[in-house]
Design a binder for this molecule. Structure first.
Ligand code: NDP
Ligand code: GDR
Length: 355
């Protein structure tokens, strides 16, 4: 339909892709998403907004694609002629990037270049605005606290190094070709849709499973790491706001509160009435149920990273002032929402199994 904005989201099947697609559909956009071919079902997060492509007025359309495949990206961009591209696709797991560094560089680093080149090859520089999913992992080894747009980068993983390339190539294409291309430097954001191997979701799923008697213990790595955790739904609004500005720019999105992993664990258990008592240190540390003395949390050194990011705490003043962006959900509320959601999912699954 003429006048309707068209967006293309890479990584639409991920946590942020699902929330962003929903937001843009609510705003009246025609939304195109790139999903990877997979031998198993990978569209669970976008089930609720799926539309039958046979409907003539379908506004949510999926295309097969991959950030490692340049010709595919050029074709999808050509077919969709988007007003806005949100590049959310990535091998996004920091620890996994130590095991698959080359693939991570290809998808997360060069993948970003491929999309920018697609815009240029198709001469869409004036039409298409570009959002890059940059990350607080760029700050890595602590140089300054809190971290803001001017804080120097010091990546500490193959993931962060790949994202560093992506960050700078976006800045370069903005300056070289006057493209409306922006980096959102987003601090950790979570939700019930968070991938199961990221620490918050791993914790809330384990708490639900232990509470329902389906799991004995939770094994974790570094409990001292501190993260600035916000809610993904609130962060995707910031992405959209960045592309609505007259001028492209780079913005930090963060809550300004940092929490150790250990504390998030304790809060999550409190949601099911368990108080955790910590004993021991480092790899010997354990979390006990204060009422029964049962060990519920153990440290497993296999989850330690070769190089760690110890402390993230963001200053989102620029986004607040220039974009009018704000967040509402505290990390404590986030833990509650995630535990409740995991309890619900597990209870529903067992009712269905019994039926
Ligand atoms: P997810 O891991 O949940 O989603 C990643 C998405 O990228 C999935 O849709 C995945 O597909 C897709 N993908 C992975 N590799 C490829 C590839 N080679 N080609 C095409 N698609 C691919 O991440 P989030 O939603 O949490 O994060 C979104 C983006 O924001 C990522 O780039 C991440 O690095 C970045 N980021 C995230 C933060 C966070 O705290 N969540 C903070 C800062 C940045 P599939 O479903 O098939 O696996
Ligand atoms: P992060 O998220 O590396 O910050 O990257 P993750 O949840 O994986 O780790 C956060 C911190 O928790 C510590 N940790 C563990 N992490 C995992 N995954 N599993 C464990 O068992 C465990 N135990 C302790 C980690 O060492 C780390 O310090 C996320 C991703 O979404 C990136 O894509 C994004 O760029 C950044 O957030 C901002």
């Amino acid at each position: 339909m003429a006048g309707r904005k068209r967006a293309l989201i890479t990584g639409v099947t991920g946590q942020d892709g699902a929330y962003l697609a929903q937001l843009l559909l609510e705003k009246g956009y025609e939304v195109h998403g790139i999903k990877r071919r997979s031998s198993s079902f990978n569209t669970g997060r976008i089930e609720d907004i799926y539309q039958d492509p046979h409907q003539p007025d379908a506004r949510f359309i999926l295309h097969y694609g991959d950030l490692t495949d340049a010709t595919n990206l050029i074709r999808v961009v050509q077919e969709t002629q988007p007003d806005e591209i949100y590049n959310l696709a990535a091998q996004s797991h920091v620890q996994v990037s130590f095991e698959t560094p080359e693939y991570t560089a290809n998808a997360d680093g060069i993948g970003t270049l491929r999309l920018l080149e697609a815009i240029r090859i198709l001469e869409l520089e004036k039409k298409t605005r570009f959002y890059q999913a940059s990350t607080s992992e760029l700050y890595g080894l602590v140089q300054e606290v809190p971290q803001r747009e001017s804080t120097p980068f010091y990546p500490r993983s193959p993931y962060a190094a790949a994202k560093l390339y992506a960050y700078w190539i976006v800045v370069n294409y903005r300056e070289a070709y006057s493209m409306h291309a922006s980096n959102g430097i987003l601090f950790n954001h979570e939700s019930p849709l968070r991938g199961e191997t990221f620490v918050t979701r791993k914790i809330t799923r384990a708490v639900a499973a232990i509470h329902l008697g389906r799991q004995e213990k939770l094994y974790l790595g570094n409990l001292d790491a501190r993260r600035d955790w916000g809610h993904a739904r609130e962060y995707v609004r910031g992405m959209w706001l960045m592309l609505q500005q007259d001028e492209p720019d780079d913005y930090v999105l963060a809550t300004g509160v940092t929490t150790p992993v250990r504390e998030f664990v304790a809060w999550a258990f409190e949601e099911v009435g368990v108080i955790i008592e910590w004993r021991g240190e480092g790899a010997e540390e354990k979390g006990y149920d204060a009422a029964t003395g049962r060990v519920l949390v153990e440290v497993d050194a296999r989850y330690f990273r070769p190089t760690e990011v110890d402390l993230l705490l963001g200053d989102a003043s620029k986004a607040r002032q220039k974009l009018g962006w704000s967040h509402d959900t505290s990390v404590r509320e986030l833990a509650r929402e995630m535990v409740e959601a995991d309890l619900k999912v597990m209870k529903t699954a067992s009712v269905m199994k019994e039926a």
